[in-house]
Structure formats: structure tokens, C-alpha cells
Design a protein around this ligand. Structure first.
Ligand SMILES: Cc1cc2nc3c(=O)[nH]c(=O)nc-3n(C[C@H](O)[C@H](O)[C@H](O)COP(=O)(O)O)c2cc1C
Length: 194
């Protein structure tokens, strides 16, 4: 049976509306990215777990694979907080740690795993990886929550609202960065790249 690509993409679109900021540290270097693949991964309330899918093209992917730690932050939609949320989104999602330090531009404290906690986030869970699944172009990481805080009383920002606030030139830059990322994913999936 031939797959109806439009139906599949329509079915899958928008399943995860909250953008999250993922940070980590490896070999003394702190880094992070934005992700739309985050979720909860435990049915045991007293033993929470988080999951996210990171693309192999991204530096953060290799760092989490190596260090086994990540922090997943939600961003705030609150009137007084949304500018800081956009700053985090644009800083972590707009360029690679390969091109220079991103975390140093944000307000942070050090978490108990050594990974940076973003102080202008809405809330976070800090995790130690308990398992990962290699799916060609990306890896799905699942982590035990080892620390967590909620900083804000406001709603968490959704990607639709955040996207509407992004400047044109940032979106252009993001789109340009996305081209080699997509090609890398295709190489991993359809080529023999490992
Ligand atoms: C809204 C948004 C969602 C994203 N979702 C993901 C994702 O789920 N997984 C991923 O690996 N990259 C995702 N990205 C792309 C990375 O954030 C981006 O490529 C980043 O610059 C990688 O930085 P790094 O090389 O320092 O890790 C997303 C970016 C944005 C702006």
C-alpha cells in the first residue's frame, strides 16, 4: 500500500505544541537546543521520567549521548516573561554550539548533574538518561528526573504563539540552517551514514 504522505503529516502535525529548551554539559562545555519532541515518559507519578528526540546533526545530540544528562525546560507565555522566553528560543534554536558558546548568553545556575539550568525558563526537569533508542537520523532519550523546579505561575508558551513573535531575519536564518539538517537526516535514513 502506498502511504498517503499528506494524511500522515496531517495526522502527526502539532502533536507536541510546547517548545522546550534542552541543555546539557559534556567535557566541561555547556550547550543546548530547542526541541518540539519532548514528552513525559513514566506512568509512575512518584518516579517521573522525560523523553526527547534529538537529531544526530545537532551538537547537543552527541553531548547527551556522551554525558547521559539533560535538562528539559518549559518556556513562559507570561506578559513579563515572554521576551526572555523568546531570547532562549532564538539563542538555543538559531545556531549551533559548534559555532560558539550559546549558554554564556543566558542566565543560568549549575544543576546537580552539572548541566546548566536556565533561570529565565518557566520550569524544568533535570534528567539522567536511563535508555536511548537509535532511530537512524536521531536518538530518542529517556531520563529519570533527578531535580525539578517551577519558577513561574504563568502559562507555558506554545509553538504557534512563539513562532508569531519571531523576527523575519531569525526565521530566514533558521530556514537556512534547516537545509543541511534535513539533508543529514535523509543521508542517515536513506543512505548508509551511521
Ligand atoms: C521550535 C524548534 C523546534 C526544534 N525541534 C528540534 C527537535 O525536536 N530535535 C532536534 O534535534 N532539533 C530541534 N530543533 C533544532 C535545534 O534546536 C537547532 O538545530 C539547534 O541550533 C541545534 O544546536 P546544537 O548544534 O548546538 O545542538 C528545533 C528548533 C526549533 C527552533
Amino acid at each position: 500500500m502506498t502511504v498517503d504522505i499528506n494524511a500522515a503529516n496531517k495526522t502527526l502535525a502539532g502533536l507536541r505544541p510546547f517548545p522546550v529548551a534542552i541543555t546539557t554539559v559534556d567535557g566541561g562545555f555547556a550547550n543546548g537546543l530547542m526541541s518540539l519532541s519532548a514528552g513525559s515518559a513514566s506512568i509512575i507519578p512518584e518516579a517521573p521520567r522525560a523523553m526527547c528526540g534529538l537529531t544526530k546533526y545537532n551538537m547537543t545530540h552527541d553531548m547527551v549521548l556522551n554525558s547521559g544528562v539533560f535538562v528539559m525546560h518549559m518556556l513562559s507565555a507570561g506578559d513579563d516573561e515572554v521576551d526572555a522566553s523568546m531570547e532562549i528560543l532564538m539563542t538555543l534554536g538559531g545556531s549551533s554550539g559548534r559555532d560558539g558558546d550559546k549558554i554564556g548568553k543566558l542566565r543560568t545556575k549549575t544543576g546537580e548533574t552539572g548541566a546548566p539550568i536556565l533561570l529565565d525558563a518557566h520550569s524544568y526537569v533535570e534528567c539522567r538518561v536511563v535508555g536511548s533508542l537509535d532511530v537512524q537520523e536521531s536518538t530518542i532519550f529517556v531520563g529519570d528526573v533527578v531535580a525539578s523546579e517551577v519558577f513561574s505561575e504563568a502559562q507555558r508558551i506554545k509553538i504557534g504563539e512563539a513562532w508569531g513573535k519571531l523576527p523575519e531575519d531569525w526565521i530566514e536564518q533558521y530556514d537556512a540552517n534547516h537545509v543541511p539538517q534535513l539533508q543529514s537526516a535523509k543521508d542517515h535514513r536513506f543512505g548508509q551514514k551511521v
